[in-house]
Design a protein around this ligand. Structure first.
Ligand SMILES: *Cc1c(COP(=O)(O)O)cnc(C)c1O
Length: 389
């Protein structure tokens, strides 16, 4: 008997199997998969790598992205999440327990810093900060309950570059799990697993997605057992990304190396011109020979990144006037997209800090952070030049 329209509208048979393959990864916008036999369903729930059952456990579009990132970073497996903070928290909460100790770089992404100190307040997690350039300082900070060493390849906003290789080696010798936030460098500029990191983290909201239109995070693991441990916890935590978000990042990845080349060359063009400008008292970009971490950056990075920062000699008022006069670059708190974005850290991302804490973090009142976009370099510099005049 032919079914009623109401039923046919619901039970639409999917097309397939196809005799050809899609060129672009399809978006599997489904929250669940159906099975012919209950044992197969149970098996898929237990082993997301062998079958799909429920969206929080695994989805083909999301897993395609995880496979791509594992490959680009040189890892065994990856875990995608709904945001960069989702990946950071899934990893930290899976690896730490009450009383655990974390050794983290001093200059950290604001959300990560906040989260670590929240864990300290509420669950008694110990947190020690180290410069990221001195493995002896790290070794001295190790306690019996130390579990994680947490670093960033290029730190915000003054683009400092720590000694990744020496720090990770010292951390591993002390039995710590080495975690590196590689958001600013991307696997195009640095692959921390090659420097003996255990886990690499990304806010794919930035360069990997690359178009200012998606929120997604990813953690890449050298060891499949560690991946499984964090994945199991992430399923409980519920930080699954949407398949469409994963698809947008997959699309972004196709042009990542091309975009990074332009981001880096545009950042260099701005940095070199700013360094010559009389209104500018300092420029922070690791590609400049006088950047304090230039030699280290040369060793660790394939290029110097798309983010720079500069200090206006006129302080906060000069920074405000500069931001107000820009016509092409946009004032916005993100980075890594096609549009050049600028930010005044002292009044936004680091507004909680008083004048002294700002100085300690190397952030002046006149500091402007720039995420160099993909525009023509001449248009960018003429925009900056007229805004500095
Ligand atoms: C943006 C960012 C994050 C957080 O990522 P979201 O996608 O915003 O959650 C973490 N680390 C770094 C270095 C970032 O720039």
């Amino acid at each position: 008997m032919r079914r009623h329209l109401d039923t046919r509208a619901i039970h639409v048979p999917p097309t397939g199997p196809l005799s050809s393959r899609p060129v672009s990864t399809p978006i599997y916008q489904t929250s669940a998969f159906a099975f012919d036999d209950p044992e197969a369903c149970a098996e898929a729930l237990r082993h997301p790598d062998r079958g799909h059952a429920y969206i929080r456990h695994g989805n083909p579009t999301v897993q395609t992205l995880e496979g791509a990132l594992a490959d680009l970073e040189g890892g065994a497996a990856a875990l995608a999440t709904g945001s960069g903070m989702g990946a950071i928290n899934a990893v930290l909460l899976a690896l730490l327990r009450g009383g655990s100790h974390v050794i983290a770089q001093t200059r950290l992404y604001g959300g990560t810093y906040q989260m670590l100190h929240d864990l300290a307040d509420r669950f008694g997690v110990g947190v020690s900060h180290v410069s990221g350039t001195d493995p002896a300082e790290l070794t001295a900070a190790v306690r019996p309950e130390s579990a994680v060493l947490y670093l960033e390849t290029i730190a915000n906003p003054t683009t400092s570059v720590g000694d990744l290789t020496a720090m990770l080696r010292a951390g591993r010798a002390a039995g710590l799990i080495g975690v590196v936030d590689n958001t600013f460098a991307t696997p195009v500029l640095c692959r921390p697993l090659e420097h003996e990191a255990d886990i690499v983290l990304h806010s794919a909201t930035k360069y990997l997605g690359g178009h200012d239109d998606v929120s997604l995070g990813i953690a890449v693991f050298a060891d499949p057992e560690l991946h499984r441990r964090v994945w199991r916890f992430a399923v409980e935590l519920g930080v699954t990304p949407d398949p469409f978000a994963a698809w947008l990042v997959l699309r972004g990845l196709k042009t990542l190396p091309l975009r990074m080349a332009r981001h880096c060359s545009n950042a260099g063009h701005l940095a070199r011109n700013l360094a010559k400008h009389p209104a500018v008292s300092a420029v922070h970009w690791p590609g400049l020979p006088d950047h304090p971490d230039h030699a280290r950056a040369q060793r660790i990075l394939a290029d110097y990144g798309g983010v720079l920062a500069f200090e206006l000699a006129g302080g906060r008022d000069a920074a405000a006037a500069f931001l107000h006069r820009l016509r092409c670059a946009l004032l916005s708190p993100s980075l890594g997209g096609p549009e050049t974005l600028v930010l005044h850290p002292a009044s936004t991302s680091h507004r909680e800090l008083d004048a002294e804490a700002l100085r300690a973090a190397g952030i002046g009142e006149g500091l402007v952070r720039v995420s160099a976009g993909l525009e023509h370099p001449d248009d960018l510099w003429s925009d900056f030049e007229q805004a500095l005049a």
